[in-house]
Design a protein. Sequence first.
Length: 384
Amino acid sequence: MLIERKTKDGITYLYLMEERYNEEKKCFEKKRIKSLGVEESATIGKMTKEFAVVWGKERTLGNAVPFSETVIGQFPPAESDEGVILPCDIVNCGKFRNGAQRWWCRTHQVHWGTKADLLQAAREGEEGIKCANAKQPMDYTKKPLVIDPGDYEGGIGIWAALPTAINTTDEMDIDKVKIHVHARPKIGGKKTIDTNYPAVVITANDILPLLGVMEDKKRVVIAPPAALAYLEALINNLPLGILNCNKCHHPHLDLGDFAKNPHKKHFCGNCGVDSNWSKEPMISSPIKELVDKFTQNTNFVNSDRILDLRDYQDHQLKVWASTPAILWTSNQPQEMGIHVHIYQGGRKIIDDTFCQVTGLDGSLLERDKLISVMLDKLKNNVEN
């Protein structure tokens, strides 16, 4: 989602826009969703510098490769995971079709330089040089998990954690994508990390840079929008690739509708250039380069275990369809199937993946249908 400014009779109006893929025309189009009324002057409060990761809906600040470990923003006074306001970061990105200069806000992923933008700047001076999305709050996490794959000989696994397909416990489902991490320091050893995080930062030492085209970039952020886009591309068997901007050389990240429809022409979220072309239609993500660099075993094996949930009628349970890891560095193959937690008296007695699960009604659970339920829950949470 983005906000567009329009000026009429000296008054600036705001409209909520959405970029959607037009299947008939085979291109992306902006569609006006609703009017947001007249724009008021933005009042930005005190900014602080924090070690944090910030992202918006279907956005990761344009890139998964940050310039700095810290973020300057107006963070909420109470601990939260949403609501941070960030300053604009506006860079020149060429000209509009009418020849006028235009700029691109790397923070909020929207162009600046329309008549409405210039009018606001004329009214408010330097303080008025803000994009239309300047007041849009974003999700964030302070002090995110930072993990170096080289520190875990036993491998790390990173997944886009989704809501359950079935949940009979009193515990609320997650209402947004989380990043689930498994990490084993030693081969065959126990996991020292096995939990969900709001976002994860993959880092590397000087000997093993993460991204070959930008060896000075030592951090790649895996935030929910990028994780979900990558997972859905894997599930739907879409062509994933790596594209670096021909102007700023930053790794390109496709999100939202761009990550659901393979395309040749790509728009750089870092500098605003829209003339990047791939040889074939694809989905671009820096995560793909991490996968190519760190994956030791690309194989999958099906679980050989069988479970009948009718044997646990009086227990509480959670059921997920297993999904492919976003990043998997173990030398062991990934196990696929249906993952089940069963609780007795608040204690987890089963935590395993099964090839065949019989539901409480006696029918066999189907993994594909469970995945659809999980994604639908997520979509409904976003829409609500």
